[in-house]
Design a protein around this ligand. Structure first.
Ligand SMILES: CC(C)(COP(=O)(O)OP(=O)(O)OC[C@H]1O[C@@H](n2cnc3c(N)ncnc32)[C@H](O)[C@@H]1OP(=O)(O)O)[C@@H](O)C(=O)NCCC(=O)NCCS
Length: 171
């Protein structure tokens, strides 16, 4: 029997943290490495909850820090699976920061993480399948193949000439 596909929206997990003094840098704003840790944790929980398998971080796409996050702010990270290939899955993360003084929330960061599911011998193993339903999910699903090829080229795991989705960029 074929495995059932999970709707992308059903793979979503959300974690929140309050920025405490031990999370900050010398400017009293959130230390970037701490945010990356929380993002990796959210993506890892998302991968595990949905696959019920051991999953490791294979790569992290570009993370930009658009605005400082202050002590006392609430950071919320939403993560969901955009597309699963074979053993690897792309997870989209959106970070929202709520300012303690104004109560205003902004999207402060977003990023794509790739996780790979492993079997008990730590070998990559086929993961679940997901299906996009909304327009946003479909856009992310379609773009995932392009992003996968780009990250595999950057990791030295694919030759540019094999990247059919990226032909217009490289040729
Ligand atoms: C990620 C890892 C399991 C890949 O193993 P590998 O032997 O290179 O396996 P393969 O080349 O067969 O690739 C397996 C999958 O990983 C994907 N992959 C490998 N390197 C990748 C990269 N840099 N970026 C994105 N995907 C990658 C492949 O595309 C493939 O996906 P698919 O099965 O969906 O087609 C391995 O490199 C590893 O264990 N890395 C360390 C992970 C780690 O410790 N993370 C941090 C702590 S959690």
């Amino acid at each position: 029997m074929k495995d059932k596909k999970i709707d992308c929206s059903k793979t979503k997990v959300s974690i929140s943290e309050m920025v405490l003094p031990n999370h900050t840098n010398n400017l009293n704003t959130l230390f970037g490495g701490k945010l990356m840790y929380w993002m990796d944790m959210a993506a890892g929980i998302c991968a595990y909850k949905n696959t019920k398998k051991i999953a490791v971080t294979a790569s992290v796409d570009n993370i930009s820090f658009k605005s400082p996050v202050y002590k006392g702010d609430i950071v919320t990270i939403n993560a969901f699976i955009t597309r699963v290939f074979n053993s690897s899955m792309e997870i989209y993360l959106e970070v929202t920061t709520q300012n303690r003084k104004t109560g205003k929330s902004i999207i402060s960061n977003n990023a794509f993480f790739t996780f790979v599911t492993l079997d008990k011998n730590s070998k990559p193993v086929k993961s679940i399948e997901v299906q996009p339903k909304t327009e946003e999910e479909r856009k992310l699903y379609d773009g995932a193949l392009r992003r996968r090829q780009l990250r595999l080229i950057l990791a030295g795991k694919m030759k540019p000439e094999e990247a059919d989705e990226l032909k217009s960029i490289f040729n």
